[in-house]
Write a protein that binds this ligand. Structure first.
Ligand code: NAD
Length: 318
């Protein structure tokens, strides 16, 4: 992964998500070189100029607008190109348009001999991460999606606020599709090492009940809520993408809920969904298979079926 001169990241699609991610990478010093590619070359050049003008305030790195050929030797290609949700649209409504975009950019990378890792952010992210895996012909460990990293972050934030605990001390995962069929794995959630029931039993804060379903619905519907208010979401996903990047370039082996190929778990196969994974220099180094209760298992199977159905109806399989 690491080249003598440091890590090269290609950002493909530099609208709101891609450019905010590039800015986050720059702020965190996670890359030595960032190439920005967009169908709209003017936008990529404008973003490169704007970011470069901040160079005196950060550790030196190289940022420039380039072609897909310029992206071919990147260690990591992060894809945020394509249509985004309008108010009232679901992520699956973007399917046909964004499969075509994925075919074009991943096919272009492959034709230039790309052999790095691919991190998909474009929605519907699980279907498109699967598409990127198929179109790139890379090993599945090297092609991942942002999956439920953002939903998991939203759940940890809301739980933290509710319980008065730093979200970094909360381990609670949202699993499945990054979309309406996702689910919270409450049975495996831990606050400071305690199950939610045990934490609640010892808690003296006033707590309106029932709140767990409400909390999760706020997580599931967060994107719509934000899109209705300001048109798009990009800060938190950019931080999530940067967190995945950090675990890759620093080989941290962090456990993050990314979208990955699922095999040998609950009889699932040949589908990408969000599960906790160990992320390191080679991408998805281990897929964690949570031990879920019966209701959660049924919901995860239904969520995976939703993604699989979208894969089959999308033309990805030929
Ligand atoms: P945006 O419209 O601001 O930017 C999209 C960019 O893609 C534009 O600059 C456009 O020119 C470019 N583009 C389109 N087709 C292209 C192609 N074929 N080749 C190269 N570039 C192309 O949209 P955004 O708000 O940045 O969202 C981008 C994607 O990220 C959307 O699909 C959105 O739903 C998704 N998203 C995902 C998450 C997540 O959690 N995974 C969160 C937020 C947004």
């Amino acid at each position: 992964m690491r080249k003598p001169g440091g890590t090269k990241v290609a950002v493909i699609g530099v609208g709101l998500v891609g450019s905010t991610y590039a800015y986050t990478l720059m702020m965190k010093g996670l890359a030595a070189e960032i190439v920005l590619y967009d169908r709209n070359r003017n936008r990529a050049e404008g973003q490169a100029l704007d970011l470069n003008h901040g160079m005196p305030f950060v550790s030196p790195l190289r940022i420039y607008a380039g072609s897909l050929a310029d992206c071919a030797d990147a260690d990591l290609a992060v894809i945020a190109a394509g249509e985004s949700q309008k108010p009232g649209q679901t992520r699956l409504d973007l399917l046909q348009a964004n499969v075509a975009v994925t075919r074009q950019v991943v096919g272009g990378l492959a034709s230039h001999g790309f052999a790095g890792l691919i991190l998909m952010a474009t929605n519907p992210v699980d279907v498109l991460a699967y598409a990127a895996w198929k179109f790139s012909q890379l090993p599945s460990a090297r092609v991942l999606g942002s999956g439920t990293i953002l939903d998991t972050a939203r759940l940890r934030f809301l739980l933290g606020e509710h319980c008065g605990v730093d979200p970094r001390n909360i381990h609670a995962y949202v699993l499945g599709e990054h979309g309406d069929s996702e689910l919270p794995a409450w049975s495996t959630a831990r606050i400071a090492g305690l199950s939610i029931a045990d934490f609640c039993a010892a808690c003296t804060r006033p707590c309106p009940e029932p709140t767990w379903d409400d909390l999760f619905m706020a997580v599931r519907d967060a994107a719509q809520d934000i899109i209705e208010r300001k048109g798009a979401t990009y800060y938190a996903i950019a931080l999530g993408l940067a967190r995945i990047t950090e675990s890759i370039v620093r080989d941290q082996k962090s456990v993050l809920t990314v979208s990955t190929l699922v095999e040998d778990y609950l009889n699932l196969s040949d589908v990408y969904i969000g599960l906790p994974c160990v992320i390191g220099r080679d991408g998805v180094e281990k897929v964690i298979r949570p031990r879920l209760d019966q209701d959660e298992t049924e919901r995860l199977l239904a969520s995976a079926a939703t993604v699989r159905q979208a894969i089959e109806s999308s033309g990805i399989l030929g």
